[in-house]
Write a protein of this length. Structure first.
Length: 88
């Protein structure tokens, strides 16, 4: 299983945040610590029908499906093999 990263572009600086793969694999949800959340968090994925077409999926407050004291939980809307990793 390869790691999946969320990307954040803040003030012209692109950062990447590793997704908790064990939780994602077991629950098909992204578990994100609250202190990592920011408005520009996204991951890049390819379209299931056209692999040459890529899109960005942004994690926003309205997409939070569950919340506890330490984490936000988001549904993972694509298959793991559709997520594209880029090097920074």
């Amino acid at each position: 299983m390869r790691p999946i990263y969320l990307y954040a572009n803040t003030g012209g600086i692109l950062r990447k945040i590793a997704v908790d793969m064990a939780y994602l694999f077991a629950h098909n949800k992204i578990r994100l610590p609250k202190y990592y959340f920011e408005d520009s968090l996204h991951f890049i994925y390819s379209d299931a029908k056209d692999l040459n077409k890529t899109e960005q999926y942004f994690l926003t407050k309205d997409k939070v499906v569950k919340e506890d004291n330490d984490f936000f939980y988001f549904d993972f809307p694509v298959k793991l093999n559709q997520v594209i990793g880029i090097s920074i």
